[in-house]
Design a protein around this ligand. Structure first.
Ligand code: ATP
Length: 345
């Protein structure tokens, strides 16, 4: 297969298993974001792909070749880490040309490539500027250009945008994705920011406890999460315990809801419904009834908090579809099977 393949990869630090039997195929030219809470093993996995850590089990293949034991500098990688590690005493051009210079590229080839890359990162004309005089976002782009100078087979980034402020970060996510698409380079980014992953990735890999919980497209992860961890981690959701009643129907908070099915072989599960799919109705008209406890009006969206038998459900709507409710009011909640996912407990 062309691209990267992780086969049953394990990493143990003493008796602690930081990465547990990870299998993943990253087809050539795709963009993967590894996402998960702190300590889930994503950096360790990236470090093994980079050759900075050796797996204790399994294999890593690049374009079919086993690279598990190949040293980093022979893997043909471009890497950007959070610290960027630009050389502060060098100019933008010298920083970008550095990997070419140490490989002995001719002066004119270095200059041509630097100009190409500067144009790609929208910094044409900045070659002679000291990196110390750049803004955070510009430095970020220079680090990316330097990593791409050797036209690597694989582009690896660890929390590359986390030092930037929120607005710049959002803009850079779009830039990075557009650059990757233009170059068609296989790219793996580690992030703990789910919005960042959703913006950039072809495939989002959600990890927890050293394992992959789900690897799928952003929309698949959002719409069809594999389990309640993924459902809760990606976006906002309402999670409710469900079980089969005596007639075999699925019961949510004591109310049977038609058209829902429990996971195969299971009499219990967890229902996930996204806040934008929760519709408020007149009391008694929905599948469930509750009382409004709070309304958060954020201008662009309105969140209505409803208490149902001690459980809180959030409904999100746009200002145009503002629910006509006030705190303390009884409401119904319509749950239809097409917007509910029942997950394994
Ligand atoms: P973060 O988002 O906080 O960087 P992460 O998902 O990248 O987290 P890792 O850095 O991969 O997590 O760490 C995974 C687990 O392995 C953690 O529990 C960490 O403490 C442990 N770990 C990582 N490196 C080592 C090491 N060199 N020695 C011992 N334990 C380690």
């Amino acid at each position: 297969m062309s691209g990267l393949a992780l086969q049953n990869v394990v990493k143990e630090f003493g008796s602690f298993r930081a990465v547990n039997n990870v299998d993943l195929n990253v087809p050539h030219g795709t963009f993967v974001c590894m996402l998960g809470p702190s300590g889930c093993g994503k950096t360790t996995l990236l470090r093994m792909i980079a050759g900075l850590d050796l797996p204790t089990g399994g294999a890593i293949r690049l374009d079919g070749d086993d690279i598990t034991h190949v040293p980093t500098h022979k893997r043909n990688l471009g890497m950007v880490f959070q610290s960027l590690a630009l050389f502060p005493h060098l100019t933008v051009g010298e920083n970008i040309a550095y990997p070419l210079r140490i490989r002995g590229a001719a002066k004119e080839d270095q200059k041509k490539r630097v100009d190409e890359l500067l144009s790609m990162i929208h910094l044409t004309g900045y070659a002679d500027r000291p990196v110390a005089k750049l803004s955070g976002g510009q430095r970020q782009r220079v680090a990316i250009a330097r990593a791409l100078a050797i036209s690597p087979k694989l582009f690896l980034l660890d929390e590359p945008l986390s030092a930037l402020d929120a607005k710049l970060r959002e803009a850079m996510q779009v830039e990075l994705r557009q650059l990757q698409q233009k170059l068609g380079i296989t790219t793996i980014v580690v992030t703990h920011d789910q919005r960042e992953a959703m913006t950039m990735a072809d495939t989002v890999v959600v990890m927890n406890g050293g394992e992959i919980r789900q690897a799928a497209s952003p929309i698949e992860i959002y719409r069809r999460p594999a389990d309640s961890f993924v459902a809760d981690f990606i976006g906002q959701t309402n999670l409710l315990e469900v079980q089969a009643d005596s007639a075999g129907r699925v019961e949510v908070l004591g109310q049977p809801i038609a058209g829902l099915a429990l996971p195969a072989g299971s009499s219990k599960g967890t229902l996930s419904v996204r806040p934008e799919d929760v519709h408020l109705t007149a009391p008694g008209a929905g599948s469930l009834s509750g009382k409004v406890t709070f309304v958060r009006d954020l201008g662009g969206t309105i969140e209505t908090f409803v208490d149902i038998a001690g459980r809180q459900i959030v409904a999100v709507s746009t200002p145009r579809a503002r629910p006509d409710v006030t705190v303390g009011q009884e409401v119904g909640i319509a749950l239809t099977p097409d917007v509910c996912v029942v997950l394994k407990k």
